[in-house]
Design a protein around this ligand. Structure first.
Ligand SMILES: C[S@@+](CC[C@H](N)C(=O)[O-])C[C@H]1O[C@@H](n2cnc3c(N)ncnc32)[C@H](O)[C@@H]1O
Length: 401
């Protein structure tokens, strides 16, 4: 019991000590027993009266859960659509790029093919030329050599001693004309005329230059030589065929090759007149006059022979060729203008004409002049044996008068 009492006092002592310490602490802190602070604190400003609470705006009605999902789906779809469009554009670009590449490739191939063909053509041409040259070389004749050795003047001005060359030329042409389209082997002809082959060959070259004959290269007894053929009207003779009543004037007719054709074509009731300043042997069925076409009385003589205007004028005039082409060409064109002047006075309306033209500087001018006089005209270049043929034929149909 005594121990209990002791313990109680001890406890009480401890408590009173703690209470003391607490009091001291309070004193320090100036806090009363209730724990309230005794320090004067600034009075808090009176709290502002709160404004009356604004009535909250009515909350937006939340979209129903379903439309939201729909919108999301639409956005997703739009994105998908855009992605698809992008992909398509990309694909299209790729396709176009490939197409471009393909086209470029095709172009390159075409270009290469063209180049190859052009090269092939050049090669073939060169081969062909080489072949022709070799062939020509093998075909070389005495005349070819002469043609190379002699100047044009020496050919066209060829003159046999003490011989009237005009008569000689006409005589030779007449003989050649007798063989018609078959022509005659020149070696046979020179034998007949007792001419050396050198003179004969020069004469043949001269006649060819004068436009009276053509020379055709042929192989005879394993030797290349020439066949001489008279030059006929180099175009269709339709305009004077079946010519009952056809009246034909042949200007520059010697030695008479075209005149003979005209006689055949004009028929019995036709009339043919030939004019030449050179001598021409009588030709059955034709009336020949030896005259210069620049003679002013010629028109009167023509009209008096035919008795009326005529159907056809053929004109094969050539000057004495000098070998100087530009001079010969100018002279020949002047002869054609003179012939056209005669034609204007003797040709009937709708009549036809044929002019030989030495091709050159003034041919177009003459062609323009003559074509205005006819309903229809055309130019023809005949095939001849000479490499550089320079003759044209102007066919004129339907004289306008
Ligand atoms: C190529 S020849 C004619 C050939 C003739 N067509 C034949 O087939 O037999 C040219 C002729 O025109 C002649 N000639 C040139 N100028 C002449 C002129 N002013 N007057 C007449 N005839 C001319 C020449 O005398 C020569 O006979």
């Amino acid at each position: 019991m005594g121990d209990g009492k002791n313990m109680k006092t001890k406890k009480e002592k401890k408590i009173s000590k703690i209470k003391e310490q607490l009091a001291q602490l309070r004193a320090k802190l100036k806090v009363d027993n209730e724990g309230h602070q005794h320090t004067k604190l600034k009075p808090k400003p009176a709290a502002k009266p709160k404004p009356p609470a604004k009535p909250k705006p009515a909350a937006k009605p939340k979209p129903a859960a379903k439309p939201k999902a729909e919108a999301k789906r639409k956005i997703k779809e739009e994105k998908k659509r855009k992605a698809e469009a992008k992909r398509k554009i990309k694909e299209e670009k790729k396709r176009k790029a490939e197409e471009k590449k393909r086209k470029a490739e095709a172009k390159r191939k075409i270009k290469e093919e063209k180049k190859r063909k052009a090269e092939e053509e050049v090669r073939k041409k060169a081969e062909e030329e080489a072949r022709k040259k070799a062939e020509e070389e093998a075909k070389r004749t005495y005349e070819d050599e002469l043609e190379e050795q002699l100047t044009e003047e020496e050919i066209t001005g060829f003159q046999l001693e003490k011989t009237d060359m005009d008569q000689m030329c006409n005589k030779v042409c007449e003989i050649i004309a007798g063989y018609e389209n078959d022509g005659v082997l020149q070696s046979n002809l020179w034998k007949k005329l007792k001419l050396s082959s050198r003179d004969g060959s020069r004469l043949a070259l001269k006649l060819e230059r004068m436009g009276m004959i053509t020379r055709e290269k042929i192989l005879e007894k394993e030797r290349w030589t020439y066949k001489l053929i008279i030059k006929k009207i180099p175009i269709s003779t339709k305009s004077i065929e079946n010519g009952a009543g056809h009246y034909v004037l042949d200007l520059g007719c010697a030695p008479g090759g075209w005149t003979q054709v005209a006689v055949q074509l004009a028929g019995n009731q036709g009339k043919v007149m030939g004019v030449d300043m050179s001598y021409v042997e009588e030709l059955p069925g034709a009336h020949i006059i030896k005259s210069d076409i620049s003679d002013i009385s010629i028109t009167e003589e023509i009209l008096s022979f035919f008795g009326r205007k005529i159907n056809v004028v053929i004109c094969d005039l050539s000057p004495q060729v000098s070998g100087n082409w530009s001079v010969d060409h100018s002279k020949q064109i002047s002869l054609n203008y003179a012939a056209a002047k005669i034609m204007d006075q003797v040709l009937e309306k709708n009549g036809n004409a044929l002019f030989k033209i030495f091709d050159g500087e003034y041919s177009n001018e003459f062609y323009d002049y003559i074509r205005k006089k006819f309903a229809k005209t055309k130019l023809k270049k005949p095939k001849v044996s000479r490499k550089q043929s320079s003759e044209l034929y102007c066919i004129c149909l339907g004289y306008r008068n």
